[in-house]
Design a protein around this ligand. Structure first.
Ligand code: URA
Length: 198
């Protein structure tokens, strides 16, 4: 197991367009031994400004959803497929995803989470290596090999989807509930912590 310092990228110039648009590299945040790893697409304006993933409106939705299922943001680790803000918040391009892939793989390997939760289409497709109908497949658990290790991956809609379409709120919360149950970390219905093996 490597040193957790390895989780932080401090210097990378692989993507010229992102080097131009970023003001900093936004690394993952949260405990280095978290059971749940949430993976978003890439930093937006707020994240680029503050240097932390999911601190804007999407972050508020994620925090609220976590609380609803009995989790706190400080219980989970949150990262992104790319660590630099794409210009005009466009989706990361294939080569940019590939350039940043090794950093994400290293984070997954060192964290060794019980479940990886992909927030939206970009991270779901990136890690599953297939096209994903996110709304339809949200809440589905997949097994996927990442760097030769089997990983459990739960598909989830992006928190921002609930802002554009209120009907996705339930889809989002149901997926978070499933994630919490799978990791055995909380029971949203009762608000009680579940003790593994009891
Ligand atoms: N959306 C993402 O996908 N990631 C962030 O960090 C913020 C918003």
């Amino acid at each position: 197991m490597g040193d957790m310092e390895d989780l932080c990228v401090t210097d990378c110039t692989r993507c010229p367009a992102l080097v131009d648009s970023r003001s900093r590299i936004v690394n993952g945040g949260g405990p280095e031994d978290a059971d749940l790893l949430f993976v978003g697409e890439g930093p937006g304006a707020n994240e680029d400004e503050q240097g932390e993933p999911f601190v804007g409106r999407s972050g508020t939705v994620l925090d609220d959803g976590l609380r609803t299922v009995g989790l706190d943001r400080s219980d989970v680790r949150i990262t992104n497929c790319v660590r630099c803000r794409p210009p005009e918040n466009r989706d990361p391009k294939t080569d940019e995803l590939a350039n940043c892939r090794g950093y994400l793989e290293r984070e997954i390997e060192l964290l060794d989470p019980d479940v990886i939760v992909t927030l939206g289409k970009v991270p779901s497709e990136h890690l599953l290596g297939r096209s994903v109908a996110v709304t339809k497949e949200a809440g589905t658990l997949e097994e996927v090999r990442i760097e030769d290790a089997p990983r459990r991956l739960l598909i989830c809609v992006h928190p921002a989807a609930t802002l554009y379409d209120r009907s996705q709120e339930e889809t989002f919360e149901n997926a978070l509930q499933r994630a919490a149950e799978l990791a055995g970390v909380a029971d949203g219905e009762s608000g009680q912590t579940r003790l593994d093996g009891f």
